[in-house]
Design a protein around this ligand. Structure first.
Ligand code: BMA
Length: 835
């Protein structure tokens, strides 16, 4: 078999103007090509996005010549392969029409034997603007949809194209066109198209692998399983055998991050002519356990027989032009997730089925994938046979592409359609919703059938969120299924209300923040750098927007001292919001068995829900996640009225945790009022309440008391417990700190903070650079950052408490020398951020 790479030597032009043909980059898209040639401005900068909208209204032509060799042409099979075409396009070869394509999410293999000739050949792809097609279809029947920011984009559901390219509440509007994944020619007589691997985990611990090749050949084949290059099993299949079985007697099993390793095995199917097809698998059994219990019905992932709490976030495309995403971007983001203790990522349905690199990294890092099919926040024409055919091809292709991966945990039909955009008691289309029949055709029939047939193991879930029992329209059912809880951001409830959650699995909730000043500087001019102005608002796409951020900010913190402090305080309120929810979820593990926050990443710079911005800079949330998703975590839960503080330890390690919790009651000046130590033993995947500290009583023993409340509830006057009392809990194992947390009875805005004297000592050894920090008085959420440079620290927004020094490692840094690091390092205590 020959593979001829055809990614080079492409030219593109506007269909209306043939004379301006310019070199193009493939894989790529028209926007990145226009940017490369300086023909459109950078849409990220200020409000320049509006200056690129015209691009989506034009038709674009991509063409190239190529000279196949005789050894290609003599083969009986010549397939022109496109791994991704965006989206409505016509293929011509040598001026002859070959076919039309209309799905960005599917790979195409086109038989071009009759179209190719010796010598010069020309391939031309004409990409139609999707807008006239959408307009025409939408005029026939309006497709109700959310997140439509421009009337041009009504009808986007008729096109199988990345939905968020039309704009979302965290991103810009830039529907593009082009050859967004590789293109190549395959020339062959025999071919291994693909193969399927199924695993059976036996009671004796062995694993039986069934390998079923999909051959375009009349040939015998061999299957070999190897580990780190060493074969562990091999067998031959005759041409008539649809599948062969191999036994792995002593398998090394694959585990989600934090619960064990991620050993990977290579499966290779080969033909006598030397042709091979390979996949990398992990040996694991994954189940979604939905069984009746005292709370209703569980929603719990079980891997290799062990119930595991899912910790993670939601993933959107990392660029509105996904062809531009680099492997390093995936690596940095996913590595950040794994380092922050995550074990599950939800690939959200308004984006793309991700690149192989993404899933490779998830396999390697132990990040399970909740994979949505690409349907989000809109109705879809489930009555149209042509549309259903198109969706079917997409589903079959993507299920086949991903089904062998150990990271794949769940196929989910769509994002949020059941929360209002489909009416289950309705048979007609309305301006706001689709009828049940059109919905069911896609999400209750077509997709689950494809998953059952083509995958056969991975569970299918129709929608996120979905209630499997009772009224399906009651999408956030606390007794069963998953939930998207937006009661804080959209509902305006206080952060602490999240402690009343009793959902079974939280697949979405979130809070927005601004990115770092350096990121703001990248898209603003100096005069834009204030909280309220046109450019800052232009980069905020959520309805409740900045007003909501500031409302919560001022509920918890004081007025920021300057612009940069405002940015940081928005990150802290965001981090705090997610922390409150995550700690609660871990405390009620067994009732709630997973928590995925909205959202991990960004596709442009601005105010969004992300924990890592579009340049890969960690916001405070990412650091806090590292603490609240840590394998072992101590958390504190205050009871205002009684003045007690409960100390909990949650263990997500594979084994029982044995260690000590040291607790200290102290004033902000650092005066210790009481302290103690408890030895703890916490079984794997459980949470234990260790002790309930009677802080009010302790405090009285040590001095004056203001608890339980300074001022009564309902008086309209701010409620605060003791404003000068902190509880520090430090969890240690053999004397080594594993987790540290703070509790208080008043919000930070009322705390009696004083200016700390912080000592930072920089050291360096063969493991890297370290910063040891100590403080004369209590300094919660102390920020480390570099002036005009970037770094990721092992911890940040740290709680500095007198007598409890802390060492932070510099995990990555854009500066080269230790001297540069030393002079760029800035340490900002919370008290310096607000007035
Ligand atoms: C969720 C998502 C997105 C959206 C986010 C914030 O429910 O599914 O549609 O961006 O809310 O509004």
């Amino acid at each position: 078999m020959h593979t001829l790479n055809l990614n080079q030597n492409w030219f593109f032009h506007n269909r209306a103007d043939r004379s301006t043909s310019l070199p193009a980059t493939v894989p790529g898209c028209v926007h990145t090509d226009l940017l490369d040639h300086g023909l459109i401005p950078d849409p990220w900068y200020r409000d320049q996005e509006k200056d690129i909208h015209w691009v989506a209204r034009e038709d674009w032509v991509y063409e190239r010549e190529f000279y196949p060799e005789d050894e290609h042409l003599r083969h009986s099979n010549l397939l022109l392969c496109f791994d991704g075409l965006d989206t409505l396009c016509t293929l011509e070869i040598n001026d002859r029409d070959v076919c039309r394509m209309h799905n960005m999410h599917v790979r195409h293999e086109i038989d071009v034997k009759e179209f190719l000739r010796p010598g010069r050949n020309q391939i031309r792809l004409t990409f139609d603007s999707p807008l006239p097609h959408m307009r025409k279809k939408d005029a026939e029947l309006r497709m109700p949809s959310w997140n439509i920011f421009h009337e041009d984009f009504y009808g986007k559901s008729y096109v199988r194209k990345m939905a968020c390219a039309f704009g979302w509440d965290w991103g810009l509007m830039a529907p593009t066109a082009g050859i967004w994944r590789p293109v190549y020619l395959l020339a062959f007589e025999n071919r291994i198209r693909d193969f399927r691997v199924d695993q059976t985990h036996n009671d004796d611990g062995s694993v039986l692998l069934t390998v079923a090749p999909d051959l375009h050949a009349e040939a015998d084949y061999t299957v070999t399983i190897s580990r780190n290059g060493t074969p562990v099993a091999s067998t031959a299949g005759a041409v008539r055998d649809p599948e062969v079985c191999l036994s792995i007697p002593a398998p090394d099993c694959w585990w989600p991050n934090g619960m064990g390793g991620q050993p990977l095995y290579d499966v290779c199917v080969s033909l006598a002519d030397g042709q091979t097809c390979r996949k990398r698998i992990g040996l694991r059994k994954l189940e979604l356990i939905r069984q009746p219990d005292t709370h209703g019905e569980s929603f719990r992932f079980r891997v290799n027989g062990r119930d595991i709490f899912m910790k993670g976030g939601n993933w959107i495309p990392c660029d509105v032009f996904p062809s531009r995403i680099q492997p390093e971007t995936y690596r940095h983001l996913l590595d950040s997730c794994a380092r922050s203790g995550m074990n599950m990522i939800r690939v959200w349905g308004g984006g793309i089925y991700e690149h192989e690199t993404f899933y490779d990294l998830c396999d390697e890092l132990g990040l399970l994938i909740w994979q949505d099919f690409m349907f989000a926040c809109a109705s879809f024409p489930g009555f149209d046979p042509e549309f259903l055919e198109n969706v079917k091809a997409e589903a079959v292709d993507n299920v086949r592409r991903l089904r062998h991966r150990p990271c794949l945990a769940l196929w989910c039909g769509n994002n949020e359609l059941e929360q209002g955009i489909v009416q289950f008691d309705q048979t007609e289309w309305t301006a706001k919703a689709m009828p049940a029949s059109a919905y069911e055709a896609i999400f209750d029939q077509l997709l689950p059938e494809v998953v059952a047939r083509e995958d056969g193991h991975t569970p299918y879930w129709p929608c996120s969120p979905h209630s499997p029992h009772g009224d399906r329209g009651q999408f956030n059912n606390p007794a069963c299924g998953d939930a998207h809880a937006w009661s804080v951001w959209f509902g305006g409830q206080p952060l602490e209300a999240q402690r009343n959650w009793s959902y079974r699995f939280m697949s979405e909730f979130g809070f927005q923040s601004f990115p770092e000043l350096r990121t703001i500087e990248s898209f603003t001019a100096p005069e834009d750098r204030s909280l309220v102005n046109w450019v800052m608002d232009y980069h905020q796409r959520s309805g409740p927007g900045n007003m909501t951020i500031y409302k919560y900010l001022l509920d918890w913190f004081r007025e920021p001292v300057d612009f940069e402090s405002s940015l940081i305080l928005t990150q802290l309120i965001q981090g705090l919001c997610i922390q409150v929810a995550a700690e609660h979820a871990r405390r009620i593990q067994g009732q709630m068995d997973g928590l995925l926050y909205w959202q991990i990443n960004d596709l442009w710079p601005g105010a969004t829900w992300s924990s890592i911005d579009v340049y890969g800079r960690w916001k405070a949330l990412q650091y806090l996640a590292r603490r609240f998703f840590a394998p072992v975590m101590v958390s504190l839960l205050e009871e205002q009225e009684s003045g007690t503080m409960a100390v909990h330890v949650s263990n997500h390690r594979p084994d029982t945790f044995i260690g000590d919790v040291q607790w200290t009651l102290l004033t902000f000046a650092g005066e210790v009022l009481a302290s103690g130590k408890e030895t703890v033993q916490v079984p794997s995947q459980t949470n234990c309440e260790i002790i309930s500290l009677e802080c009010d009583k302790q405090r009285r023993l040590g001095g004056e008391s203001k608890l339980p409340l300074e001022i009564g509830k309902g008086s309209g006057i701010p409620i605060a417990g003791d404003r000068d009392l902190l509880v520090l809990a430090v969890l240690t194992e053999n004397g080594v700190e594993q987790s540290r947390n703070l509790g208080a009875f008043a919000k930070p805005k009322y705390w009696k903070l004083t200016e700390p004297d912080i000592t930072a000592t920089l050291t360096r050894d063969e493991r890297g650079s370290f910063i040891t920090l100590s403080s004369t008085v209590c300094s919660p959420w102390t920020r480390l950052h570099l002036q005009d440079a970037d770094a990721v620290f092992s911890d940040n927004y740290v709680h500095l408490i007198p007598g409890f020094p802390l060492t932070v490692r510099v995990e990555s840094c854009s500066l080269e020398s230790q001297d540069q690091l030393e002079s760029a390092l800035r340490i900002t205590p919370l008290v310096d951020l607000f007035r």
